[in-house]
Design a protein around this ligand. Structure first.
Ligand SMILES: Cc1ncc(COP(=O)(O)O)c(C=O)c1O
Length: 206
């Protein structure tokens, strides 16, 4: 605690060391870090970055998703706004839940993504960013159906948007066999949101 300085305006060695260690855990295309105060802060910043990059406004999220407690976070968190008062800037896609959702076959992910892409294409406006947790956490720890993210990421990028993975609950090795949740889906996001690191990580990783 004596060495901790959480104001990143003033650079010092620990921040650089930490950032280098953290970047080493990511695919090489993810090569910039913004250190912020919380997961909510991170999702707000991710949206700002995406909007700056694409100059569009509409965000696509997943039903039951949670991304933070700021105004921007609540707007994209169906878990919080509960379907009431959905912002006109947000498209809420059905959760690709192959246990209780509309599609339950082996290829459910493809059926969910086909349905989602249709909803995206039906909009007049283009999507600035798609945000999802690899496992929908607060909404019940529901894993996204296999191959769903691959299809959605491709569709979002095709129309000029960026793909955000919210790893606040799934990241830092919390899933065991992978370090980041997106690795379970064989995709690489454009932006990753982190928070709540695993305490007592002993292997020298962040
Ligand atoms: C998936 C997810 N994203 C974002 C957040 C917001 O993080 P924070 O509480 O650090 O603002 C949370 C918090 O639980 C979360 O579970």
């Amino acid at each position: 605690m004596a060495k901790l300085n959480t104001n990143t305006r003033y650079l010092y060695d620990h921040i650089n060391e930490y950032s280098a260690n953290l970047l080493a855990c990511f695919p090489t295309s993810l090569n910039k870090i913004f250190l912020v105060n919380s997961g909510s802060d991170a999702s707000g910043l991710a949206l700002r970055l995406a909007r700056k990059f694409t100059v569009k406004r509409k965000i696509a999220g997943v039903e039951h998703g949670y991304h933070g407690n700021t105004q921007a976070g609540i707007e994209i968190s169906h878990y919080k706004f509960g379907g009431k008062g959905t912002s006109e800037n947000v498209l809420c896609l059905p959760i690709p839940d192959s246990y209780r959702g509309e599609f339950k076959t082996e290829n459910a992910g493809l059926s969910f993504s086909k349905d989602a892409i249709q909803r995206i294409n039906n909009l007049e406006e283009k999507i600035v960013a798609f945000i999802a947790e690899p496992i929908v956490g607060c909404g019940g720890q529901v894993p996204l159906a296999k191959n769903y993210l691959k299809e959605i990421y491709a569709a979002i990028r095709n129309q000029g948007g960026v793909c955000i993975s919210d790893e606040v609950q799934t990241g830092f090795g919390k899933l065991g066999d992978v370090f980041w949740g997106f690795q379970q889906h064989d995709v690489i996001p454009d932006i990753v949101i982190l928070g709540k690191r695993t305490p007592n990580w002993s292997s020298g990783l962040p």
